[in-house]
Design a protein. Structure first.
Lengths: 111, 118
């Protein structure tokens, strides 16, 4: 079946450094790729998304890149801050407007 | 706009007991999803509704799980009987995009119900 692989599972960075999380997907028909941030005990919150007709999208310190040929997409967070510490999930759309999620990345920003 | 409402927030039950979760999606959202999130994993889709019809329940363990959305608005998810491995957070999400659309959707998640089966 369709799946999404996400790496790394944990990531520790120093405050102010950049963080990169990578995902690969299996369904060549996937055309929508959101990223969610989940703080402990809270709901996943959409932070950025990208559609298949775009290669890159940026929103302040957060950017997402997509390589459809290679079937991978990445989340880039620049100038990390302690409040960026959370679990980040990538997802890819599959037939019927469903999302398949990666296993998540625990990001720790050390001050 | 009001978010996706879920209740209860927490539930502890013994194995073999039954439990039910409730979800009220964002007003006007035709599509409703139930996801299971086991600790340390990403959300896994259990069932998808379009209005009051089931679109996809291929991942729902139908011997013990059931869900309904009778009037096309709120939904309930039931587990009977519960097993230890059902311990997880059950997330409800809704979307305004119709099935068969372009696959674009900013799901809005509820806060989830944390189920512990002992």
């Amino acid at each position: 079946g369709e799946n999404v692989e996400q790496h790394p599972s944990t990531l520790s960075v120093q405050e102010g450094d950049s963080a990169v999380i990578k995902c690969t997907y299996s369904d060549s028909a996937s055309n929508y790729f959101p990223w969610y941030k989940q703080e402990l005990g809270k709901r996943p919150q959409l932070i950025i998304d990208i559609r298949s007709n775009v290669g890159e999208k940026k929103d302040q310190r957060i950017a997402v890149t997509l390589n459809k040929t290679a079937k991978h997409f990445s989340l880039h967070i620049t100038e990390t801050q302690p409040e960026d510490s959370a679990v980040y999930f990538c997802a890819a759309s599959i037939r019927g407007n469903k999302l398949v999620f990666g296993a998540g990345t625990i990001l720790r920003v050390k001050s | 706009e009001a978010g996706v409402a879920q209740s209860p927030r927490y539930k502890i039950i013994e194995k073999r007991q039954s439990v039910a979760f409730w979800c009220n999606p964002i007003s006007g959202h035709a599509t409703l999803y139930w996801y299971q999130q086991i600790l340390g994993q990403g959300p896994k889709l259990l069932i998808q509704f379009q209005n009051n019809g089931v679109v996809d329940d291929s991942q729902l363990p139908k011997d013990r799980f059931s869900a309904e959305r009778l009037k096309g608005v709120d939904s309930t998810l039931k587990i009977q009987p519960a097993k230890l491995e059902d311990s997880a957070v059950y997330l409800c999400a809704s979307s305004s995009i119709l099935v068969g659309g372009t696959g674009e959707s900013g799901y809005t998640f509820g806060s989830g119900t944390r189920l512990t089966v002992v």
